[in-house]
Design a protein around this ligand. Structure first.
Ligand code: SF4
Length: 252
């Protein structure tokens, strides 16, 4: 069974395909919490929940009453009819962590049908969950934005960095790239080594660094130090257009 949090048609706001018109599906649930990102959201029961900028798509206990339970691939495919979309528009599957559903039959059927219709599909993933490319070769057709978590997430190292998973995805996917969320403070705290220890699992995969933050103000504060960091390391800077333009991460 799948949970869908929201869907929206927008432009890709970050990473290698920034600016590309894309239909987003945000799935509910994640294998991490990332409380280190210190974003707070008040749930309808009045509880202030700590996590990442999409904590409302991560925390099942306080937010799942807003998630929609999906029982067939048709329910997901019907969503495409809600919008006036260009032919075979790009699809982005995000979360939470969409790959918690990687072996789900409904999910596989949905992906297969989207691919047959000619859509380009990108997974926004934390890169910590195994993808079975042998059993489900359809995954070889997709793009993976590997947003591997750094120590600023407060997740344990052995959970957030899985070299075997990174190598497997980067070796089999149609395309992949690393995408890191970085704040100005972390740049001075051994971040360079952390990133090196992650990207060594797939050294040819391109690196994009984007400013950490759930609000325009936070993103702006982290932008200039991050640009200097990218210049010094030869990494690509990625903006977070959706936050800079709309000052939020929900439904835009
Ligand atoms: S892995 Fe991503 S979606 Fe999950 S809690 Fe961390 S930042 Fe949020």
């Amino acid at each position: 069974m799948l949970y869908l949090v929201e869907h929206f048609y927008s432009i890709q706001g970050e990473g290698r395909y920034t600016g590309t018109p894309s239909l987003f599906f945000r799935f509910g649930g994640c294998n991490m919490k990332c409380e280190g990102f210190s974003c707070k959201e008040v749930a309808s029961d009045g509880v202030e929940v700590l996590g990442c900028d999409t904590v409302y798509a991560v925390n099942k206990e306080h937010f799942s009453h807003n998630w929609v339970q999906i029982n067939s691939s048709k329910e997901l495919l019907n969503i495409l009819e809600f919008y006036e979309l260009p032919h075979a528009v790009d699809i982005v599957l995000t979360g939470g962590e969409p790959l918690i559903y990687a072996n789900d039959e409904i999910f596989i059927e949905f992906l297969t049908k989207l691919h047959k219709r000619g859509h380009s599909i990108t997974f926004e993933t934390n890169g910590s969950l195994h993808v079975d490319f042998e059993k489900y070769p359809i995954y070889k057709k997709f793009i993976f934005a590997l947003s591997v978590k750094l120590s600023n997430s407060n997740e344990p190292l052995n959970k957030r960095v899985r070299g075997d998973v990174i190598f497997n995805i980067a070796s089999h996917a149609k395309d992949s790239f690393f995408k890191f969320s970085i704040d100005a403070e972390s740049i001075d705290l051994g971040l360079e080594e952390e990133i090196s220890n992650i990207i060594m699992h797939s050294p040819k995969t391109k690196v994009y660094c984007m400013p950490l933050g759930g609000s325009k103000k936070e993103v702006e504060a982290n932008t200039e130090p991050l640009i200097e960091f990218c210049k010094s390391k030869g990494y690509n800077f990625s903006d977070r257009l959706h936050i800079r333009v709309w000052d939020q991460n929900k439904g835009v």
